[in-house]
Write a protein that binds this ligand. Structure first.
Ligand code: NAP
Length: 246
């Protein structure tokens, strides 16, 4: 496991957007960012799940989060621009963004990938990330230390049979991360990607329904890397693909 222990209030004063904040890794990351003092903006598809995360953060006494219900499948570039304008107006800055929400699609032989699955996976895992990043970057470059974090996968730099749309979308995500990192090298914005590794979540269960979940890392176990990349301790890290699990 990546090793990092943030100091108390390490993220105080930062505003951090987390996509897919209602469940799985995104939920755990949002709660951890709040625990270390950040104001988190919870973006997700299912309002009830976002409200439950909001309650958990407020009940723990962490800074009050904001909720943005948005389905990445149907959102347009204008939605993202409006969202960023609202965040900056209401919370004054945007210092971090964890682009975590993704879909698995269907695991199927390459020749049988159907158009709907391909389009849906590319819309959520790639197009939405691109338009989101385009909207986020101008606001994030106003921060004196901003961190944009994409989420990749073990199949994001090595293809795997039957994982076509998901794997290809993650390769493209890594490419996008590298392009942005190179364009903003030397600026106050750093851009990296996390490979979480096998983690006990709903997505993992859909991909491997029969496996022993007891052997998997929990979302909490992989948080050190998620916290490190949002902390100013990672200010010098740019353009990297980092593994949350060794
Ligand atoms: N778990 C693993 O073993 C593993 C391994 C490698 C990489 N990853 C990556 O890690 C990230 C998180 O995965 P996870 O395992 O935590 O997945 P998860 O449990 O399925 O959670 C995914 C989250 O994304 C949200 N989401 C999905 N489609 C969305 C849409 N159209 N609009 C807005 N939000 C949407 C979901 O919201 P709802 O709950 O409302 O649907 C959910 O909160 C993903 O990028 C995944 O590819 C995971």
């Amino acid at each position: 496991m990546f090793k990092y222990q943030p100091t108390e209030n390490n993220l105080a004063g930062k505003t951090i957007l987390v996509t897919g904040a209602g469940a799985g890794i995104g939920k755990t990351a949002a709660i951890n960012y709040a625990k270390y003092g950040a104001t988190v903006v919870l973006l997700g598809k299912t309002v009830k799940k976002l409200e439950a995360v909001y309650d958990e953060i407020v009940n723990a006494g962490y800074p009050e989060p904001a909720i943005i219900p948005l389905d990445l499948k149907g959102a347009t570039p204008q939605h993202y621009k409006d969202m960023v304008t609202t965040i900056v107006e209401q919370l004054s800055s945007l210092d971090g963004a964890l682009l975590n929400a993704s879909v698995l699609g269907e695991l199927t032989p390459f020749t049988q990938i159907n158009k709907q699955t391909w389009d849906d996976v590319m819309q959520v895992n790639l197009n939405a990330q691109m338009y989101l990043a385009q909207a986020l970057i101008p606001a994030m470059t106003q921060s004196n230390s901003a961190s944009l974090v994409f989420t990749t996968s073990g199949v994001g730099n090595k293809g795997r049979a039957f994982w076509g749309p998901y794997s290809i979308s993650k390769f493209a995500t890594e490419g996008m991360m590298q392009v942005i990192a190179d364009e903003y090298e030397g600026s106050s914005l750093r851009t990296n990607a996390i490979n979480p590794g096998a983690t006990n979540t709903n997505m993992r269960s859909s991909a491997f329904p029969a496996e022993d979940k007891g052997s998997l890392a929990s979302a909490e176990d992989i948080m050190p890397l998620y916290l490190y990349l949002m902390s100013d301790d990672s200010k010098h890290v740019n353009g990297q693909r980092l593994d949350a699990q060794a």
